[in-house]
Design a protein around this ligand. Structure first.
Ligand SMILES: [Zn+2]
Length: 319
């Protein structure tokens, strides 16, 4: 019996059929439609295609946004306006005549679970995954179970209040962690440095053809891997905040491992070394306790698809 994992991303929908050993049998991608109805149709098409090659016992859907505790309903998504209390799993089950059951999971939880079952978190008992990209996503695996909270809203580390009266966040609050730990935070820091000292920042200025506001995360990444001091300093600044965030999480959850994924983690130690130093500095009783490991994610692009396929399979085998 196989499982179908479907990862609804901002630009593409990735589908993968997995056997019970987590081997990927087949995968394919289509562009993400803009409307909820068109996405529903695409999910049905994905199942029909999977059915041609395998006997599918369960379907897992990973999507950005808030998923209700029932693991079936999107309560809110910034990307798809119609996804307010939207019964995504039920709609698919009805469309496929209840041939198999469907679960929905938040994208960060799906990717975190993928890292736990098949990636960097395999040997961990209490693992926290942090995804540093456009925002700051997170997943908590506690005692080898995905921790979802009472209302499905756990692990929203991106909106953890790190700085009282800090930077304004799109969520309506201020000082949220992702205003300091994310791609946009990296860009903001680098652009401010370059404006302050254009001579030191000449490499980034020339990469952006003189337009400082066009300095992108990708440019900073390339400059940092080439040893550019301003770009490295920007990563150190984000890394320092990442470390503080992890120290705060350790005070709450005491994990044994942090797995860092997302676009910014591709620089490896350029981000993680300052993060480790800052983690050690802000960790309570740091000298008298074991420190959690801090490593980069290893399951790659398919972590979310694989993770949600595995969660869907567990859901039916535990019934
Ligand atoms: Zn926020």
């Amino acid at each position: 019996m196989d499982a179908l994992g479907i990862d609804i991303g901002g630009t593409k929908i990735a589908s993968g059929v997995y056997d019970d050993k987590h081997h990927l049998i087949q995968e394919w991608h289509v562009p993400t439609p803009r409307t909820a109805v068109a996405i529903d149709q695409q999910l049905v098409a994905s199942y029909e295609r999977a059915k041609q090659i395998s006997s599918i016992a369960a379907i897992g859907i990973s999507a950005a946004g808030n998923v209700r505790a029932d693991r079936r309903t999107m309560s809110f998504s910034a990307n798809i306006p119609a996804w307010i209390d939207y019964p995504l799993a039920e709609k698919l089950e009805i469309a496929i005549d209840h041939e198999c059951s469907v679960i929905v999971e938040n994208d960060a939880n799906s990717a975190g679970w993928g890292e736990f079952v098949c990636g960097a978190g395999k040997d961990s008992r209490n693992m926290v995954m942090l995804t540093v990209g456009t925002g700051l996503g997170a997943a908590f695996v506690l005692d080898r179970h995905l921790y979802r909270g009472s209302f499905g809203m756990a692990a929203e580390v991106g909106h953890f209040p790190m700085v009282p009266d800090g930077r304004f966040c799109g969520c309506g609050l201020s000082g949220c962690a992702e205003k300091y730990v994310s791609g946009p935070a990296l860009e903001q820091f680098a652009q401010a440095s370059v404006r302050r000292d254009p001579v030191a920042g000449k490499r980034l200025i020339s990469m952006a053809a003189g337009n400082v506001t066009a300095i992108s995360g990708q440019m900073i990444f390339e400059a940092a891997t080439d040893g550019d001091p301003v770009a490295i300093e920007a990563f150190s600044w984000v890394g320092q905040w990442l470390g503080r965030t992890m120290a705060a999480i350790s005070a709450l959850l005491d994990p044994d491992l942090f797995v860092i994924g997302g676009g910014l983690s591709a620089t490896g130690d350029i981000l993680l070394e300052p993060a480790r130093r800052s983690y050690a500095r802000y960790l309570q009783a740091a000298q008298y306790r074991p420190h959690a490991g801090i490593v980069t994610a290893s399951a790659g692009w398919q972590a979310g698809m694989l993770g949600v396929a595995d969660l869907a399979m567990r859901e039916i085998t535990q019934r």
